[in-house]
Write a protein that binds this ligand. Sequence first.
Ligand code: C2E
Ligand code: CA
Ligand code: CA
Length: 749
Amino acid sequence: MSSLSPFIDDHGAEPPKVLLVDDDEVTLMLTAAALRDHGFQIAEAASGEQALRMLAQVAPDVIVLDALMPGMDGFATCEALRALPAFENIPVLMLTGLDDDASINRAYRAGATDFFVKSTQWSLLSGRLRYLLRASRMRLDLERHKARLGRAQDLAKMGSFDWRRSADGRGGTLLMSPEGLRVFGFGPGERLGLHTLLRMVPAESRRNFVRLLRGVLAHSSVLATDVPVTLPDTRLRIVHVEAEPEYNEHGQSIGYTGIVQDVTERRTAEDRIKHLANFDPLTGLPNRHQLIWRTERALQHARRMGHSVALLLIDLDRFKNINDTLGHTAGDELLIEVARRLRGCVRHSDQIMEGAVEAVGPAWHRKLEAVGRLGGDEFVALLPEVGDQRDAERVAQRMLDVMREPIFVGGGEWVVTASIGIAMYPRDGFDVADLMRNSDVAMYAVKNQGKNAAALYSPMLAGRGRERLELESALHKALEREDLVLHYQPKVDVRAARVVGVEALMRWQRGAVLVPPGDFIPLAEETGLIVPMSEWLLREAARQVKAWQLSLGQSLPIAVNMPTRIFERSDLVERIHDALGHYGVAPSSLLLEITENNLMKNLQDVIPSLHRLTEIGIEVSVDDFGTGYSSLAYLGTLPISEVKIDKAFVRELGIAQKGAAVVAAIIALARALGLRVIAEGVESLRQLDELHRLGCSLMQGYQFSRPVPAAEFEQWMRDAQLPRRVPQLGSALELDAADAARAAGGRFV
Ligand code: C2E
Ligand code: CA
Ligand code: CA
C-alpha cells in the first residue's frame, strides 16, 4: 500500500507539505525530522489555534494533528478546519496516544480522515501519510472527473440512474443523478420515482413501455428503448433508456444501473431522414421503397394467416399531355390533388413503422394499408387484407369515381382519368415483384382497351405483358450495342431529274431479323427510349452526310424522323448543333420530319424549338400531311418549310377521283403558304405522272428506291448517273414522266 521510495507517484512535483500540530515540543521536533527524512516538507504548529492561523499561508497537502492538546485539542481543531471552505476535504491524520475505540470514533466524527497511534515508527507514519495523500489525490481526480462527466452528461442531455429492488422483490427505489433528473425536467434535489416517471409517459405508449419493463425484469435482461415523456413544463421529449442488471454476490439480481438520454433532436433528425427515404416529397405519400417494404410485411402476415393481399397499380391517362400543356408546376399541383383523392379511398396510414410494426397492436398489418407513389403519374394502393377480388375492385371503382370531379389547376378545369391494374396474393403472385409486374400487365391491358377502367390480372394477359417487357429491355440493349441501323430512301425531284436528299429510316438488326420501325418505335415512344434513340439518329445522320460528301462529292441533306418528345428538350438545338459541329457539316444538311398529328397535338411545346431550329438554318418538314387536323391558316404561321403528302393519298391517285382532289388541294395550299411539297409512297409511274401533273415534282417511293443500307444507297447513286443540271422549265413540263423516272432512278423502271 505504501511505497517507501519517496514520491514515486508524485509526478515529480514538489515534496508534499505536512502541517504538523503537537503541543509536545520534543515529539514535534522528532516527528518533523523523521518526516523530512522521508521526503516531506514540514510546517510546525504548537497548538490548534496556531495551526488554524497558519493554514492559509502554509496551504498543506495533509495535516497531522495531535489529539490531546491543551486549549483547543485535535478534535476541536479538526472540526474548525473542516468548517473552512478550502479545507473541507484535506486529509487529516489524527495522532492518538491510545488505541481506544472512543477516541478513534471521536476523531472520525470530528472529520479526521484517519488516525495513527503515536509511536516512533516513523516509516510507518510516513507510509500512512503517503497513502492518505494518494487517496486524497484520487478523490480530487475523481471529483474533477465527476464534475467533467456531469458537464459532459449535461451537454449530451444524459444522466445515470440506479434502481434497487425492494426486499420483497415487488417494487424498487429509483435513484436518478442530477443530470438524469434534468433530462426529465426535474431540479437536482427533487425526487423522481418510477411511478411519477411512468405517469410522464403518454398514455398511448405507456402500456407498451410497462409491458417492456415487465419483460426485462422477469428475465433480468438488458433494457434499451426510446420512450416518449411529457416533461413537467408539458414539452414532449424522447428519452433513450439503457440499463443493465446488477447482481449480488449470490448471483441474485438486485436492480439495474443505467443511463437516460434525451434523444429528441437526434430522433427528429432521424425521422426526417427516414421520412425522406420513405416518402415522396411531392405528394407526401409513401414512395416505392416504403411501398415495397409494406407489401413485403403484408405478404409475410398474409402467409401466416392465410388471407389475400391486393396490389393496385394506378396510372393516370394522358397525364403527359396535361403536364406538357400546363407546365410542370401545374402538373405537380395536379398530382398532389390526385394523391389526396386516392389516399381518401383507402384506410391510409402514414406511420413509418419499420422496426416497430408489431408494437402497434394485434391488427397491426392493417396499418400497412396505403396509397403510394411510384414516380411520375404512377400510384400504388396496398390492401393488406382483402376478402376476395371484389374488395379490391370496389376500391378501384372508388378511385375511378373520385377522379371524375374536375381538378382546378393552372387556371383551368381538368378531368384526369386513370387505368388501374389489380394483382392479388396468392392468386396472381407470391412476392412483391410478381404482384408489381402482374398489376402492371393488367394496367396495360386497361390502357389498350380504352383506358379509364380497372382490370384484374389474368394469366392470359401475361404473355403480352412479358413480351412487351422483353422487347423493352432488348431495345435498351440494342441502343447500347448500336444494333440500330439506318436505311436510306432517296427524295427525287423528277422535274430536275435529280436526287435532292434522302430520308433516314430506322431498323433494328435483332440477330438475323431486321425489325421494321413500326414494331419498336411506338414502344420506344411510350417508354421514352425514343429520346436517346433520336439523339443517336441525329449523330448518325450527321456522320453519314459527311461520309457521302467525301465519297459522292455531293452534299445530300438527310431527313430524320423526330418524335415530339425530342422537341421538349430545352437543349435540342444545342445537341443538334453539337452533332453537326462534330462532323463539320452545315445545318442545312439536316431536315427534321415531324408528323402533322404530333405537331398539332403538342403545338405549344414544339413551336419555340421550331423557331430556334429555323434560326440556325435547320428545316422542318411536316410528315404524313393530310392525316392530321391542322388549322390551315395556322400552318402558315409556323416556321416550317415543307409538307409531305401522306402516302394514303398518293395510293388513291389514279384510282379515286377524290384522291386527286385532296392532293390538288394540299399542293395549292402549300403553294399559297410558300411551302415546298413532296409526295411519299410513290409506287407507280401512274402516280408519278399524276403528281407531276398536279404540280408536285418532289417524290419519294419504291418507284425510285426502297429504303436501303448506306452502302447500297451509295451504289444506287453511282449507277443512276443522275444528270446534275436542271433542264429548262418548259421542257421539264413536257418531260415524259417515264423518262424522268428513268433519269431519276433508272434501274427501277
Ligand atoms: P414515315 O416517316 O412516313 O416513313 C415512310 C414509310 O413509308 C417508311 O416505312 C418507308 O419505308 C415507307 N415507304 C417508302 N416508300 C414507300 C412506297 O413506295 N410505298 C409504301 N407502301 N411505303 C413506302 P418504314 O421504314 O417502315 O417506317 C415507318 C414509320 O416509322 C415511318 O413513317 C416513321 O414514322 C417511323 N420511323 C422510321 N424511322 C424512324 C426514326 O428513325 N425515328 C422515328 N421517330 N420514327 C421513324
Ligand atoms: Ca418520315
Ligand atoms: Ca410519312
